[in-house]
Design a protein around this ligand. Structure first.
Ligand code: PMM
Length: 287
């Protein structure tokens, strides 16, 4: 496991589990379910009860094809939820590409910035993370969701993602972000085809070798639905629906934890919380 000394409040002797609260009408797996702040807060509390170590709160869907909402609307969605969860003593990350939203979220008590654009969508983001001294997740990212699936060409998939992520890390360091506060994420499903996601997962060692804690977010994503698709009545392939991709998600949690991931981001933490403990216990036997 990559040491994460500067992430002291978020350290564990096992892979962490991040639960997801999407305060959006249109996220692919839970869109519309937690739009109202009180419902979203209750859901976040339930996620922690089910084993999440921290809760990721997002107000803007990044599913393929999604269009952007404005910053005011994003803040209106996430800030009350963050305040409510922090009041419950829960560690919160904010899933945003905007420095202005990240700032408001940190002011509301969020502990981590989870930027799926890895600092590329908003030129102010790196400076904000540096100034705030907050941990920041830098995900591999090429383009906004509306067009990201037009950008899936790589000469050498894993090497190219590592190179691009390294450039994002360098930009953060240039802006003054403490290297010990940088978390990297290969960005499953973002400018990646289903097959490419599997190749990335098969090479997590290349990402842990970058020297930063690694976050893996496979939960319920389409490539799992494709893997588990069945033939429908008229012969067409029917994807396994998002809420029935949990066992596959847990399988990926298990392999990601065994590969040294720092954290997995999931919608239903209970099984993943067990899986990361199994992996840590087994690792203790072989050390
Ligand atoms: N994926 C989604 C949202 N946020 N954050 C990180 N760091 N990595 C991801 O892969 C990621 C993310 C999209 O999934 P969702 O709609 O279920 O939240």
């Amino acid at each position: 496991m990559v040491p994460s000394s500067a992430l002291s409040g978020l350290a564990a002797d096992r892979c962490l589990v991040m639960g997801v609260v999407n305060v959006t009408p249109d996220s692919f797996s839970d869109g519309g379910k937690w739009l109202d702040a009180a419902t979203a807060i209750r859901h976040g509390v339930d996620l922690v009860r089910d084993g999440a170590d921290l809760v990721d709160v997002g107000g803007e869907s990044t599913r393929p094809g999604a269009t952007r909402i404005d910053a005011e609307e994003e803040m209106r969605r996430v800030v009350p939820v963050i305040e409510g969860l922090v009041a419950e003593g829960i560690t919160v990350s904010v899933d945003t590409m905007r420095a202005s939203t990240a700032r408001r979220a940190l002011d509301a008590g969020a502990a981590v910035v989870n930027d799926v654009s890895g600092g590329r969508a908003d030129p102010q983001m790196m400076a904000l993370a540096a100034e705030a001294g907050s941990p920041i997740v830098l995900m591999h990212w090429r383009q906004h969701s509306a067009v990201m699936q037009n950008h899936t060409h790589y000469d050498d998939l894993v090497a190219d993602i590592c190179t691009e992520l390294t450039m994002q890390v360098a930009a953060a360091l240039d802006a003054g972000v403490d290297p010990g506060l940088i978390i990297v994420d290969p960005g499953l499903g973002f400018s990646k085809t289903g097959d490419q996601n599997w190749t990335v997962l098969a090479h997590l060692d290349a990402f842990t070798a970058l020297g930063h804690p690694v976050l893996v977010a496979a939960s319920r994503k389409r490539f799992l639905g494709e893997l588990l698709a069945v033939e429908g009545p008229s012969g067409e392939r029917e994807l396994r629906p998002p809420d029935r991709r949990e066992a596959a998600t847990t399988a990926i949690t298990t392999m990601a934890a065994a590969a040294g991931a720092w954290c997995v981001r999931v919608h239903e933490p209970a099984a993943s919380a067990d899986a990361v403990r199994v992996v840590a216990r087994l690792a203790g036997e072989t050390r």
